[in-house]
Design a protein around this ligand. Structure first.
Ligand code: SF4
Length: 695
């Protein structure tokens, strides 16, 4: 028991872990944070929290945090601690030198989904207005970029359609490739409350998640344990049942969607090859169970879809998202309370980082760089010319680095060496550059290849906003002064000015004012209005001054909803005699991603290990007992971890988490990626498993 004493004051701010965006009171004694208490008026959490937001903030004071800038000429040199002035002048000179010698397209940035909207906006502005190219990308590339593409094509905008309150009006929840109990716990508890109240749940997941097996009284009405990589076939088979049994909402489709496109789509899904019986062998799902699930989704009342990275991180991630949007339009489950299509965003501000123009083809507010009107607006405001060609994605930057044409990268709050696929290729790209700038709290794996380390500030040390998975713009408030001297937005401004810009922001509220001026969906947002209302969901503008809890109520953003055929194409990652099992991955409640923050918080619950879940049938065939060390190998690489024998996975499928750097899950995964967005196919890897004597 730790005696914390009586707090003297509190500051209301927002959790910096997942996309639920829980509001907390940070309770202070003097300058010391003593406790985080979930805020009862927080619209996303209503007084609830999970273990990470409540207890895992100690990393902000961890001894491994770097507080002074460091530079080095070559990555083989030791780091040299320097003043901010020297670090910024060294960085500006190197980046400008690259631009002078190799052209303005030889440098770029990676924005962070952990940083605020205002910070992300400034980083993409740095590349567009100072470097004068569109080479900006974000970690959404490796998680929800297929959501951006799929929902953009079908609905006209990529954001989740509902607020979290909407689940209280849901009769059927279809959960696809998501495990909210572990990854979005506060939303999961709201969902489970509704399920205890009588709503039904359908879980489409290779694994028996907590929603399927453990929770009393809320057993899944249907669990479709599909073979990893077959989402598109299962989603299309559900549509087959709905179309061939005439369970679709014709009035909705005629009024809200393009009827000709619907007819083409209906003809396609009705083909016998898309029936539950025809895909049974491919997907491993009982056809009768699939038929019943489809009927329940179509006829069970308000039906809402919630999905996660089990949908997007596939070679057909974008096709699956399109298939999900098709299901919602087919049944009229969009544009009303209790329904909708809701991507469960992983990181605290991944929605915001996409909104703020982090993609190489889109300016803030999802406006394509080829659109003259949009570009002109920014050019006039910023006093520069903006490239009218899309820039490089992360993987293109790394390819170009290996080829020699891309040579400088500013990487804010993102450890690409640990979190991106094909670790060897990422390392080769970084090693080939002349200037890698890492702006972060800790010396991460990417920093091994950096020439400049700029210390970052934690969420406790800055003002700003995060946008959660329901498009809710929440205030982040400074609880204490930045231990490193500057909030991240100040560092980006200093770097821009060292390279010749003349930015004069003195508070993030001015950056938000600029965002509001240039981005129609944020036109009504200001810090004053956020003080008054607490939070608001975009679009917030003259047409929606109170914000927009439910989207597409009177029409889709693109006008008519667009049905698109969803042909199943098998991944190139195949099992065979050498690699007979399929590996898929996920998270546990107490850890967050690669554990950079949770593992740096003192508490016994953070001392777990990644394990390999394996079915008894597969374990017995290999002479593996519960708790044995096993060697997990794929065509890309191998690692060692302990086996847990379980029936949560089916024979032929194994599962692990990726929270500990020692496990190195991304050494195992392949470099296949989504056909539309290059989102890596993290969720399907052919592997072999054998007993091991240790690493
Ligand atoms: Fe933070 Fe997400 Fe937990 Fe809420 S549910 S406390 S936002 S990690």
């Amino acid at each position: 028991v730790v005696e914390i004493g009586t707090p003297e004051r509190s500051v209301i701010t927002t959790c910096a872990y997942c996309g639920v965006g829980c509001s907390f009171k940070a309770e202070m004694r003097g300058d010391e944070l003593v406790r985080m208490v979930p805020h009862k008026s927080g619209e996303a959490n209503r007084g609830h929290s999970c273990v990470k937001g409540r207890f895992a903030w100690g990393y902000a004071n961890h001894k491994e945090r770097i507080l002074n800038p460091m530079i080095r000429d070559k990555i083989t040199d030791p780091w040299r601690e320097v003043s901010w002035d020297e670090a910024l002048s060294f960085t500006a000179k190197r980046m400008q030198g690259i631009i002078d010698d190799h052209g303005r397209h030889a440098v770029g940035v990676i924005t962070s989904s952990r940083c605020t909207n205002e910070e992300t906006y400034l980083v993409q502005k740095l590349t567009r207005a100072v470097f004068q190219n569109n080479n900006t990308d974000t970690c959404a590339r490796v998680c929800h970029s297929p959501t951006g593409y799929g929902l953009g094509q079908t609905f006209g905008t990529s954001a989740g359609t509902q607020n979290f309150d909407s689940v209280e009006h849901t009769d059927v929840a279809l959960i696809i490739g998501a495990n909210p109990s572990d990854a979005h716990p506060v939303f999961a508890s709201r969902l489970k409350k509704r399920l205890r109240g009588g709503a039904k749940v359908i879980v489409v997941d290779p694994r028996r998640t907590e929603l399927v097996e453990d929770a009393p009284h809320i057993r899944a009405a249907h669990h479709l344990p599909l073979r990893p990589g077959t989402n598109v076939a299962v989603i299309t088979a559900m549509a087959h049942v709905i179309v061939t049994e005439s369970l679709y909402d014709e009035d909705f489709i005629r009024e809200r969607c393009d009827w000709d496109e619907f007819q083409d789509y209906a003809e396609f899904v009705a083909l016998e090859q898309n029936s539950p019986e025809a895909i049974q062998e491919l997907c491993g799902v009982d056809p009768q169970e699939l038929r019943q699930a489809a009927r329940l989704y179509a006829t069970g009342g308000n039906a809402a879809i919630y999905y996660g990275l089990g949908v997007t991180e596939h070679s057909q991630g974008s096709t699956s998202v399109i298939g999900i949007a098709n299901l919602a339009m087919l049944t009229g489950n969009i544009g009303k309370l209790g329904a909708g299509v809701n991507p469960l965003r992983g990181q605290n501000n991944v929605q915001g980082s996409c909104d703020m123009g982090s993609f190489p083809h889109e300016l803030p507010g999802y406006r394509h760089v080829k659109l003259d009107d949009s570009r002109n607006l920014f050019e006039e405001a910023w006093g520069v010319q903006i490239d009218n060609e899309p820039g490089l994605r992360i993987n293109n930057m790394l390819d170009a680095a290996v080829e020699g044409s891309f040579r400088g990268l500013y990487c804010q709050g993102e450890d690409i060496l640990q979190s991106d696929p094909d670790t060897k290729h990422v390392a080769a790209g970084l090693a080939a550059m002349d200037c890698v700038i890492v702006h972060d709290l800790f010396l991460n794996e990417t920093a091994n290849y950096a020439h400049v380390f700029l210390p970052g500030s934690s969420f406790l040390e800055k003002d700003g906003t995060f946008t959660n998975a329901e498009r809710r713009i929440n205030r982040v408030r400074k609880v204490m002064a930045p231990k490193n001297g500057y909030a991240d937005w100040e560092v980006t401004q200093l770097l821009a000015n060292a390279m010749g810009a003349n930015w004069n922001y003195i508070h993030p509220s001015q950056i938000m004012d600029e965002i509001a001026m240039l981005t129609p969906s944020f036109a009504g947002v200001s810090y004053d209005m956020l003080e008054e209302k607490g939070s608001v969901q975009w679009p917030c503008n003259a047409a929606a001054p109170e914000g927009t809890p439910t989207m597409h109520m009177d029409g889709f953003v693109r006008g008519k909803g667009k049905f698109i055929r969803t042909e199943y194409v098998a991944t190139d990652e195949k099992t065979g005699p050498r690699f007979p099992l399929l590996l898929t991955t996920g998270r546990i409640l107490s850890q967050y991603n690669v554990g950079a923050q949770t593992r740096r918080t003192e508490n016994v619950i953070w001392h777990d290990q990644d394990v390999l879940e394996i079915h008894a049938h597969d374990a017995e065939n290999r002479g593996i007992r519960n708790g044995d060390l096993v060697r997990l190998a794929s065509r890309s690489g191998e690692t060692t971890l302990r086996a847990e024998i379980t029936d949560r996975v089916s024979p032929g499928v194994v599962y692990t988490t990726f929270h500990h750097p020692d496990t190195q899950a991304n050494v195992i995964t392949t470099d296949y990626s989504d056909w539309a967005t290059n989102c890596p196919e993290y969720k399907v890897t052919a592997v072999q498993v054998a007993p091991s004597n240790g690493p």
